[in-house]
Design a protein around this ligand. Structure first.
Ligand SMILES: [Zn+2]
Length: 413
């Protein structure tokens, strides 16, 4: 990378013609990204994919395999994720965790786990634990749109109710690998009066628990937190802690106060709640915001190059980068400080261009915007799009061989 490359970002005329002048986001990435958490999408997953109504059974019942497959399909529809059914044996039968991996762009060997169990005790398990499962899925939908330097494994564990079987198998399968931490959720959608969450972890997991707690304070929109420190072997954080991996489980305040816990009435349409408010969806949605914000800050997740967050990397984003170049990140330029050293430098320009020339994620109709990357392609017959920008850049202002190599041919179109 050299100075002449910078020249291509220093031409306001091009910007005015093709891009306009949107401001780069003035917020750090977490503030921006948590706003992607969508309560309607969360509710859709919880009600339409996870079999959470009276009569449903995700224990050993008819809906167990269907829910598992729906989780697999939903996660597979998100860009960047590599989804697998990870088998394990329990009582002579094979069951599967659903594990969706977002591979880190810079430190792929550092693994962060976001987990919840999707099985139930032969009931609809609307609260226990479709709420945690939908949190994992919504966090995956949001975070997979962005650039994570570190690997995230979104895990929907099976057979928690028989003794944490799925999470134990996951920890065993990853022995010797660098799992940095695990944040998990189990029963996070019923309000027994405190409008809050209990955090359970060992003292050795304090950094994770407190960090996630701080994120709940920052992004949870009033959802309270209560910290519990000790040996709590009742959910999927525990096999991680037993293996020496910092972990925490978040559970609604006083989960045993929920009289429908482990009952057939743990259902979205619980007849004791004629208003349909057995599940208070604001609780898991706000908790999802905390999970997302915490992971963005902790893993150094950034927007790709889409400064105006319109799911299109175009000249407007180039212009935003130009304005940020050589400036401190805290001047509204955090989105471009890819190496997070506090200044938008030539290193960040390199990262910017790396992403711009990378492969594009698929954007299925009606789906979330993919992690935006600019391939230089334009739909056949289209008269606008990134090509003009690239042609202009290539027309004598840029010496970057990647640009000329990738895009030279475009000027002939
Ligand atoms: Zn549970």
């Amino acid at each position: 990378m050299n100075r002449s490359t910078y020249a291509c970002f220093g031409l306001p005329l091009v910007v005015m013609i093709f891009g306009g002048w949107p401001l780069a986001s003035a917020s750090p990435p977490a503030d921006v990204i948590v706003e992607d958490v969508n309560i309607d999408q969360y509710t859709h997953v919880h009600q339409d994919l996870l079999h959470t109504f009276m009569g449903d059974n995700r224990g050993f019942g008819a809906e167990h395999d269907s829910a598992r497959d729906d989780i697999f399909d939903e996660l597979s529809s998100y860009t960047q994720l590599n989804v697998e059914l990870a088998p394990f044996l329990y009582a002579g039968n094979t069951y599967h965790n659903v594990v969706a991996t977002q591979t880190g762009t810079d430190f792929p060997d550092e693994i962060y786990v976001v987990g919840a169990h999707f099985d139930s005790v032969n009931n609809p398990g609307a609260d226990d634990n479709a709420t945690g499962t939908a949190l994992v899925i919504e966090a995956a939908r949001v975070l997979s749109r962005y650039r994570s330097p570190r690997t995230i494994k979104f895990c929907c564990f099976d057979r928690e109710e028989q003794g944490l079987r799925g999470s134990k198998a996951f920890v065993q399968d990853h022995a010797g690998q660098n799992i940095v931490m695990a944040v998990t959720a189990d029963m996070v959608g019923h309000d027994s009066g405190a409008y809050g969450m209990d955090f359970y972890s060992k003292s050795t997991s304090a950094t994770v628990a407190n960090g996630l707690g701080d994120a709940l304070d920052a992004y949870g929109q009033g959802l309270a937190r209560f910290m519990n420190v000790g040996n709590f072997g009742f959910s999927d954080h525990w096999p991680f802690e037993l293996a020496g991996i910092p972990a925490v489980v978040v559970i609604e305040r006083c989960y045993s106060c929920n009289p429908h816990y482990h009952q057939n009435t743990d259902a979205v349409d619980n007849p004791a709640y004629p208003e349909g408010d057995y599940i208070d969806y604001t609780m898991p949605a706000n908790l999802t915001r905390a999970f997302v914000g915490y992971l963005v800050d902790t893993l150094g997740i950034t927007l790709w190059h889409d400064a105006d967050n319109d799911a299109d990397v175009d000249m407007a984003d180039f212009a935003a980068f130009q304005r940020c170049f050589n400036k401190p990140a805290d001047t509204g330029c955090t989105v471009f400080d890819f190496d997070r050293d506090g200044v938008v430098s030539i290193v960040d320009m390199d990262a910017f261009i790396d992403g711009v020339t990378g492969p594009a994620g698929p954007a299925a109709a009606g789906q979330n915007a993919p992690a935006p990357k600019w391939t230089g392609d334009r739909a056949a017959g289209a008269t606008s799009g990134p090509r003009e920008t690239i042609v202009y850049v290539e027309n004598g202002l840029v010496a970057n061989p990647r640009f000329t190599h990738e895009f030279c041919a475009l000027r002939d179109h």
